[in-house]
Design a protein around this ligand. Structure first.
Ligand SMILES: *[C@@H]1O[C@H](CO)[C@@H](O)[C@H](O)[C@H]1NC(C)=O
Ligand SMILES: *[C@@H]1O[C@H](CO)[C@@H](O)[C@H](O)[C@H]1NC(C)=O
Ligand SMILES: *[C@@H]1O[C@H](CO)[C@@H](O)[C@H](O)[C@H]1NC(C)=O
Ligand SMILES: *[C@@H]1O[C@H](CO)[C@@H](O)[C@H](O)[C@H]1NC(C)=O
Ligand SMILES: *[C@@H]1O[C@H](CO)[C@@H](O)[C@H](O)[C@H]1NC(C)=O
Ligand SMILES: *[C@@H]1O[C@H](CO)[C@@H](O)[C@H](O)[C@H]1NC(C)=O
Ligand SMILES: *[C@@H]1O[C@H](CO)[C@@H](O)[C@H](O)[C@H]1NC(C)=O
Ligand SMILES: *[C@@H]1O[C@H](CO)[C@@H](O)[C@H](O)[C@H]1NC(C)=O
Ligand SMILES: [Cu+2]
Length: 788
């Protein structure tokens, strides 16, 4: 339940100029306030009503329904039936072994687009329900983690279980070989055992060299923690990881030592897990004996311990309060009731001509489907695919680290935003419900929706002495925040009243710092603390944009800005001179669509158009995919740590033909098998299919080359750590022209429209300032036309 501190919240945004009460003789009138609100007039200030949720009924019940708990239970029971012979162990057993077969995860199989569109268009009465089942097959001859689909549901005689090979095109199909598979409880226990034995045997040395010792996570002499580096395999046949040793304190990510220890963690037999190497002060030791011999001989040069003073990681307020900072900061408020509608049962939303369904995915969080503007189809799907981070550094941990946050479950790590801080007051909060393990799980209030504006007028113009106009720029924002270990990501999906869609991602949280070494010479980042430096790394987030502009037959057009030397007959005196023009061409097939990058100076424009639907001027109706801030991709194309698993992140854009067999650019369990991912993205393009007037998917990247700085501590500043992309109408409206002339939140002064005193009266289209909003003299509209 959100609080209703309306009076307080509201008074604080009133421009506190001292004018609000003294100039309360308003020179224009308000419409009568709605009787059913809690509005109470109080001399120019007062309580604005708490916005009420506005409902709508989805045209069709949502086709995206997670498996219910009874459905999950029936699937588990069916999978466990002896006739299937899966020999499943109970995954919650405390003695579960890596060499057991057990269910890791069951979720609703994402339905095929074909089935969803048939259903939404009315040509099918339902969408077939199948489950995606992930089974750890530890007792198989070749152990691995295998993806299946089970259905149709409900379970009946016709239900089957089949390998999910139509989804997964990698070298091993729907299977990840064991060593690159899960890092779940049985494997964690095996790793903990070998790490504890090894580190206990050298605890005296590590204590001397780093001030850190490890005797097991629950031993009270332990003052350090380790982290299992990703990726920990190549193609699933090997299992190698480096553990960075960090002080166990409020934020280990920023308290690393100069010690790294590597283990072989291949296979399902824990007795084969073993130490590979120790690195201290950049020197390699191949065994604990070699490490001890060097230490005993006094051959090891000690580097400083990670600092025990962790005050720099503390975010509690400190220092003198700035002038006027005792006041409540300006904020976004909804003072005249919500202007968007919600069908919670169906996760369906409408706003100012927009409509869409959402779905919540364990791997990637909120996704948007059947996105329409003024009733016309714009996108079938808009969804995050993954958030990668690749690091570098002169040590075995940073150099080999490449996170795929999908592996950890971006949706599963969504957090409830803090009202008034993470999302504006009056926001609408949505529960996120999804399948996790064999459960139906809900993260309460995980997503917020609110209306804000882009901060400037959407259009405005002055034709001196004639007319003057300004149009407000509202947009609906759907925001999800997920905390993935050290980092927080904030994803905003904005639906602007002009038909554009904004995508913004911001990062905050703790950076993963490097142990500071003067001899690094700043090549991987500046020193940012007593014993740490920032580590260079690149974030790349991949989005699926399945455009269906009007319908599914679309074309991706690349418009290059060409600079050339020409002569023109009316410039004989210039001779040959340099000028520019467009070179427009369709991206004809997937060979070209595979890697589209942004030329220097942004001299290419990308649009998706429907050539069969022309506007009044004969132009194909389209949307522009407009780069915003930081449309970066992975700088290294050949790093072994993302060799084939990171193909989706190796270009600014790619465009492929939509197929039910290519629903996603990545998969969660590809995270640790860079050489044998479940989805090999570039395979989508291998058949070089034609792309002109076909069903297209644009895969777009954005992110940041995180240029770590002292200001990343204690927590990264989201103002700078920001990346964006915009999808904007391009010759979209049938009649031509922009899409906002129907908006009433706009003002027009027309010199012909004057009052008895000859003052031009603004036309505000019946949308007037709510009576609860106090205004000052400078907020007066009348007279502005005359004040040139
Ligand atoms: C399957 O059945 C066996 C034997 O009845 C039981 O031990 C096991 O816990 C069951 N597994 C699951 C996943 O329910
Ligand atoms: C079933 O699994 C158990 C535990 O992993 C294993 O000991 C047993 O050999 C398996 N049985 C068959 C028939 O594979
Ligand atoms: C640590 O644990 C041991 C064994 O359980 C116990 O004897 C000792 O008192 C503990 N020390 C501290 C400082 O808690
Ligand atoms: C450690 O082993 C590697 C091969 O595994 C070898 O190349 C290297 O020389 C060894 N280092 C030492 C110090 O023995
Ligand atoms: C959201 O989830 C909470 C906790 O599961 C539940 O109490 C609440 O009723 C849910 N709200 C809606 C609108 O479904
Ligand atoms: C145009 O001609 C000038 C003079 O020859 C040359 O310097 C310039 O590079 C040319 N520009 C282009 C775009 O070819
Ligand atoms: C989805 O489409 C693919 C490709 O046509 C097909 O192989 C698969 O069986 C479909 N999935 C379901 C659940 O119907
Ligand atoms: C101003 O009003 C006149 C008279 O109604 C109208 O002809 C004209 O188009 C209006 N101008 C604008 C900019 O709307
Ligand atoms: Cu970063």
């Amino acid at each position: 339940m959100r609080p209703g501190p309306l009076i307080i919240a509201f008074e604080l945004i009133l421009l506190d100029t001292g004018r609000a009460s003294s100039t309360n003789q308003r020179r224009w009138t308000y419409p009568d306030w709605k009787a059913d609100t809690v509005f109470k007039r109080q001399d120019g200030t007062g309580a604005c009503p708490l916005p009420q949720e506005m409902s709508v009924t989805a045209p069709k019940a949502t086709p995206f329904v997670p498996l219910s708990q009874p459905e999950l239970d029936s699937i588990v029971k069916w999978l466990n039936s002896s006739s299937l012979g899966l020999n499943l162990s109970d995954p919650s057993s405390s003695t579960l072994a890596m060499s057991d077969n057990y269910i890791n995860h069951i979720e609703i199989l994402k339905p095929n687009k074909t089935d969803v569109t048939d259903y939404l268009s009315g040509s099918a009465s339902s969408v077939p329900r199948f489950a995606r089942v992930v089974i750890n097959e530890g007792s198989a001859k070749v152990p691995g983690v295998v993806q299946y689909y089970v259905g149709p549901l409900p379970i009946s005689d016709s239900t089957t279980m089949r390998p999910l090979d139509y989804f997964y095109n990698g070298p091993n199909g729907p299977k990840v070989l064991y060593s690159g598979g899960l890092y779940d409880a049985p494997r964690q226990r095996a790793v903990e055992a070998i790490v504890t034995t090894t580190m206990t045997s050298i605890a005296d040395i590590t204590l001397d060299l780093t001030g850190l010792a490890y005797y097991g996570s629950t031993d009270n002499r332990t003052n350090s923690v380790y982290f299992v580096q990703n990726p920990y395999s190549t193609d699933g046949t090997t299992g190698v990881t480096w553990l960075p040793w960090r002080r166990r304190a409020q934020n280990p990510w920023d308290q690393p030592s100069d010690l790294y220890v590597s283990f072989d963690i291949a296979g399902t037999d824990p007795s084969l897990y073993h130490l590979r190497m120790i690195v201290y002060n950049l020197v390699v030791y191949n065994s604990t004996d070699a490490f001890r011999a060097a230490w005993s001989a006094g051959e090891i040069t000690k580097t400083p311990n990670p600092t025990t003073n962790d005050a720099f990681l503390n975010k509690a307020r400190t220092g003198t309060v700035r002038d006027l900072e005792d006041r409540f900061a300006p904020t976004v408020l909804t003072i005249d009731g919500n202007r968007y509608r919600v069908d919670r049962a169906n996760n369906y939303f409408t706003y100012m001509g927009w409509s869409f369904y959402t779905r919540f995915d364990k791997d990637t969080g909120i996704q948007f489907y059947d996105v329409r503007f003024k009733g016309e189809s714009v996108l079938y799907e808009l969804s995050l695919q993954d958030a990668l981070v690749q690091y570098a550094g002169n040590n075995p941990f940073q150099a080999g680290t490449a996170y795929s946050d999908r592996f950890y479950g971006i949706g599963a790590q969504a957090v409830q935003p803090i009202p008034g801080y993470d999302c504006p007051y009056h926001a609408t909060y949505l529960n996120a419900t999804f399948n996790d393990g064999a459960s139906l799980r809900t993260i309460q209030n995980a997503v917020c929706l609110f209306e804000t504006d882009i901060g400037t007028p959407l259009t405005r113009h002055d034709v001196y002495g004639n007319w003057k106009q300004s149009t407000k720029s509202p947009k609906l924002v759907v925001r999800m925040i997920a905390t993935l270990g050290n980092y927080d990501y904030i994803w905003d999906y904005g639906f602007v009243v002009d038909g554009s869609i904004t995508l913004d991602t911001r990062a905050s949280g703790y950076v993963q710092a490097n142990y500071y070494r003067a001899d690094d010479g700043g090549r991987w980042g500046p020193r940012i603390g007593e014993t740490i430096s920032g580590t260079m790394h690149t974030h790349v987030m991949n989005f699926k944009l399945d455009f269906d502009l009007v319908d599914t037959r679309n074309t991706f057009v690349k418009t290059d800005l060409v600079v050339e030397n020409v002569t023109q007959p009316w410039y004989p005196e210039r001779g040959v001179f340099e000028t520019m023009r467009y070179a427009v061409h369709d991206v004809a097939s997937e060979a070209e669509g595979r890697q589209l990058n942004l030329p220097p100076n942004g001299q290419s424009m990308y649009t998706v158009v429907n050539k069969d639907h022309l506007n009044a001027w004969g132009q194909p109706r389209g949307y522009r995919v407009q780069p915003g801030l930081s449309n970066v991709y992975l700088p290294s194309q050949n790093s072994p740590f993302l060799l084939r698993s990171g193909q989706h992140a190796k270009q600014a854009f790619a465009v492929s033909r939509q197929h039910d067999t290519e629903p996603a650019s990545t998969a969660a369990l590809s995270g640790n098998v860079p050489e044998a991912p479940l989805v090999e993205f570039w395979n989508f393009f291998a058949d070089d299919e034609a792309l002109v007037q076909e069903d297209l998917v644009v895969w777009a990247n954005l992110g940041m080359h995180h240029y770590v700085r002292a200001e990343d501590l204690p927590n990264t500043l989201a103002a700078e750590a920001h990346a964006s992309l915009m999808l904007a109408p391009q010759n979209w409206a049938m009649r031509g022209g922009e899409n906002t002339r129907d908006l009433a939140n706009a003002v027009l002064y027309n010199y012909t429209d004057t009052n008895a005193e000859g003052v031009v009266v603004p036309e505000t289209n019946g949308v007037d300032v709510p009576g609860c909003l106090a205004l000052g003299a400078d907020d007066e509209l009348l007279g502005v036309f005359e004040e040139q």
